[in-house]
Design a protein around this ligand. Structure first.
Ligand code: GLY
Ligand code: MN
Ligand code: MN
Length: 440
């Protein structure tokens, strides 16, 4: 890991030099961030460091600064107050610390002077107001776009972190599957995942989604019900974090007693997900893959008899599949679960045209080598979406409503893997650790 981290920092320094030269700057200062304090309270929300800071430094506590200049070792102004209420961060015995010149301080104000010379610098971080008062230009759009463009393309170190986050989350997913098989409820499954991954809820890269039966159709379902046991369906969307990098994995499970139509739909969605992963390679447009997914889902719904009186072309043209699959095929993955860079054409931040057809698609352009994306087709029977279709005089005839009545209580299906684009195609970072054996 430390060799990979050294290489990562070397690569980051090259990127930094390119950014400083293009934007006529002498340096950047990255702030780790300040915790959010609840209104009229002395409690803080769980802290997430500034992702631009994490791109360089794995430390996850607040208030540190990183000073980056061409040709100089990155300087870490490390804030560690003398405080006996809370455990304070320390750099003792940490493997990554050699890559930085570390200056420690217990004084928030002193951090600014300890940076040294900061003329022609841009500050990046949430401490924007203070930075401007100190004379910095803060969070310049062009610089952020350039940083995002680089963040989209992962180094070997970052891919290794994401792969390890997959390996760890897979242990949690296996424990969750076992609990579902035993008939456990949503809360029990969530707790089994945490125990297997050996982390607290706050350390997850995103709030876990454990939806049983009809709740598997709520895309970002957050409750953990205790009353629903031995459910027919469970959708679990949970990841883990390694050195600030996330995995984002979804599986859907059914039992032998689950109605056959739903079991068959799950089987075909799993086959579709695998075939979409295989199509990932450099130059492939994610927008085109989204179109292919919609067409494949139209075919699946026609074969199952859910759609009728139309063909794939008409179902696609009339946007019938948008009702059953209302999200995008995937997104960039990295420090943030919905990572940056998917909407950019190049380092200047120029955006692709947003498609009115797929407003929720977070990734539209052609893929580049070393980008990590999720592949997560879904199929849901959501009352909210179906009501609109039923009320549409032109479209309602294309749906077999008696089947919808059977399917709504079973919810939905999503299968999600993380894949990295390689020179020759793709590498699936999830499947080596977690199959999709969906029948328990
Ligand atoms: N876990 C959120 C997503 O899959 O995008
Ligand atoms: Mn995802
Ligand atoms: Mn997910």
């Amino acid at each position: 890991m430390s060799t990979l981290f050294k290489q990562h920092i070397r690569h980051q320094i090259k990127r930094l030099e390119e950014i400083l030269s293009e934007h006529s700057l002498d340096g950047l200062v990255l702030g780790a961030g300040t915790p959010f304090v609840y209104f009229r309270d002395d409690q803080e929300a769980p802290f997430h460091p500034n992702p631009y800071f994490t791109h360089w430094c794995p430390e996850r506590s607040p208030h540190h600064f990183l000073h980056l200049r061409a040709g100089q070792k990155p300087k870490l102004v490390f804030y560690t107050p003398k405080d006996y209420w809370y455990e304070q961060p320390s750099v003792e015995g940490i493997d990554w610390v050699d890559e930085f010149e570390v200056i420690q301080t217990d004084n928030l104000e002193a951090r600014w002077t300890l940076l040294g010379e900061t003329k022609r610098h841009v500050f990046i971080g949430s401490e924007e107001k203070e930075a401007k008062e100190k004379g910095f230009v803060a969070n310049a759009d062009k610089v952020l776009a350039h940083l995002d463009w680089f963040r989209a393309e992962k180094t070997s170190y970052e891919i290794d972190c994401i792969e390890k986050a997959n390996e760890n989350a897979a242990i949690g997913h296996k424990a969750a599957r076992k609990m579902f098989k035993k008939g456990a409820n949503e809360l029990e499954v969530h707790l089994a995942f945490l125990e297997a991954v050996q982390c607290s809820e706050y350390e997850l890269p995103y709030p876990s989604i454990v939806g049983m039966n009809e709740k598997s159709a709520t895309l970002h379902y957050q409750k953990k019900r205790t009353g629903v046991k031995k459910a027919d369906v469970m959708l679990i969307d949970c990841g883990a974090r390694v050195r600030g990098y996330a995995s984002d994995i979804t599986r859907t499970y059914v039992r032998k007693k689950t109605p056959r139509i739903f079991r068959n739909l799950l089987g075909t969605m799993d086959a579709l997900q695998k075939s979409l992963c295989k199509q990932v390679r450099p130059g492939v447009s994610y927008f085109d893959l989204q179109v292919k997914t919609h067409r494949a889902i139209a075919e699946i719904l026609l074969d199952a008899g859910v759609l009728k009186g139309c063909d794939v072309d008409l179902a696609f043209e009339k946007e019938l599949t948008n009702v059953f699959y209302p999200h995008g095929l995937g997104h960039m993955l990295g420090i943030q679960v919905h990572d940056v860079g998917g909407f950019q054409k190049d380092h200047t931040g120029a955006d692709d045209e947003q498609s009115p057809k797929f407003p929720k698609l977070r990734m539209r352009r052609a893929l580049r080598v070393n980008e990590v994306v999720t592949v997560e087709p879904g199929l849901y029977f959501m009352p909210l979406r179906l009501e609109g279709l039923k009320g549409d005089d032109d479209l309602r005839k294309y749906v077999k409503w008696s089947l919808i009545d059977e399917l709504v209580p079973l919810g939905g299906i999503r299968i999600e893997d993380n894949v990295v684009v390689t020179n020759s195609g793709y590498r699936n970072l999830t499947r080596p650790y977690l199959k999709s054996d969906y029948l328990v």
